[in-house]
Design a protein around this ligand. Sequence first.
Ligand code: ADP
Length: 208
Amino acid sequence: LAAIPTIRKLYDSSELKSPPADKIRHNVEASLLDKISLYQGDITKLEVDAIVNAANKSLLGGGGVDGAIHQAAGPHLLEECRTLNGCNTGDAKITRGYGLPSRHVVHTVGPIYSPLEAEEKAQQLTSCYRTSLEIAVENNARHIAFPSISTGVYSYPIEDATRIALEEVRRFCDSEIGSKLERVIFVVWSNKDRSVYESLIPQYFPPV
Ligand code: ADP
């Protein structure tokens, strides 16, 4: 829990209700909204149980958030990734966090967007969120942070991608296994992405 106060919870600054972070673990009645945070900044700085990496199929590093994670974690992360034999689009694999403050990294491979195959891409992106959440919870993660998967170099439209992220996280939170999760942190980099999340979160996690 020591980690959570370091998270600037942008979402708290809105009109919407959310209890102080230090109350969350003890608040068994916590509403669904209390499970969600929005953070603008560098995901590699977060001291949580698991951060998600928007990786590529090789799992051997790349640009964007993937590059930042490998840079911050150090060469042992790449060593462990080499043992994983890559990862399919829509799937996820977990490693330790090494030099990162996060205990684990969940590496998921988002789809490269193409408007001609929008339905298939949506299913793959949904699968990234679902399998990442499943593998994190299987590894006892209670706090998990997601970047906006596929919306950088893989050019998924931000609003569609955000709806998929929020819908799938909501579905997971409502499931039996999802009750083991205490907090999902959506990490955005740009102001544009931040405003998309701020406007869509209430549709999927309505304030009580
Ligand atoms: P993809 O290849 O899946 O599109 P990218 O890394 O190119 O992945 O982009 C995914 C998102 O991560 C983008 O919104 C990008 O701005 C953001 N991003 C890049 N670096 C970081 C970082 N250090 N922390 C959080 N988000 C980041």
